[in-house]
Design a protein around this ligand. Structure first.
Ligand code: URA
Length: 234
């Protein structure tokens, strides 16, 4: 007999849900609970709302995709558990993998600069990635890796309930919005994830390569800051 049948059942249900979403993302039409009918963070009473600690615990020493084999640390995310503003990147790079923290390498430096200029600290926002283990050689995460990891990001969003999510780059934007629309068409324009506003912008790594594009991300962030300020007054 299992020591705690309730806990065992909860784990089983959680894994089944993950598997169904995964199958849906791989295109199994029989699973309508997946991709297209994502919870989208609506105030859905049937959706469990775990704490960040519980979500981290549920991930454990995650081996749900192949990325665990090469990682040093799983990079869960960090910041305020009640942040009004959440940033979502793609996946940890080398430095993030070594430290177990998001955006602490060169791209992170640029993100820090942006936050400073906006008068924000890392502690008051929340920073996470779509995929929590480093893809080898910093390649893009593959569909099965995203499918395995994305449910945990959804849970993080549900836990934090940010007012605004800023998606950094194409992978984060297309994954969160469940679309294949190019980033160039979405960037700088308000989108929605359930009831939450989403502002897609460039990834800091892209801005390191193309500094002239930084102005656009600055403008995107002005829209975000204006909305957050106006929301505070309401
Ligand atoms: N790039 C990302 O997308 N995320 C990180 O955490 C670091 C670099």
């Amino acid at each position: 007999m299992p020591e705690d049948p309730g806990q065992e059942l909860a784990e089983l249900v959680s894994r089944l849900k993950e598997w169904l979403r995964y199958q849906g993302r791989l295109g199994w039409a029989g699973v309508t609970v997946a991709a297209k009918s994502r919870p989208q963070s609506e105030e859905d009473a049937s959706q469990e709302r775990l704490t960040l600690e519980e979500i981290r615990q549920e991930m454990g020493d995650c081996r749900r995709c192949k990325l665990w084999r090469n990682r040093t640390h799983l990079v869960f995310g960090e910041g305020s558990p009640t942040a009004a503003l959440m940033f979502i990147g793609e996946a940890p790079g080398e430095e993030e993998d070594l430290q177990g923290r998001p955006f602490v390498g060169p791209a992170g430096q640029l993100l820090n600069n942006l936050l400073n200029k906006l008068g924000l600290s890392r502690e008051e926002v929340y920073i996470a990635n779509v995929v929590k283990s480093r893809p080898p050689g910093n390649r893009e995460p593959e569909a099965d890796e995203i499918a395995a990891c994305f449910p945990f990001l959804e849970k993080q969003i549900r836990a934090i309930r940010p007012k605004v999510i800023v998606t950094l780059g194409r992978v984060a934007t297309q994954t969160l919005l469940n679309t294949r629309t190019p980033l160039t068409r979405l960037r700088g324009k308000w989108q929605k994830y359930g009831h939450i506003r989403v502002m897609p912008t460039f990834h800091p790594s892209y801005l390191l390569r193309f500094p002239r594009e930084r102005l656009k991300t600055w403008e995107d962030m002005q829209k975000v800051m204006e909305y957050l300020a106006s929301d505070e007054k309401r």
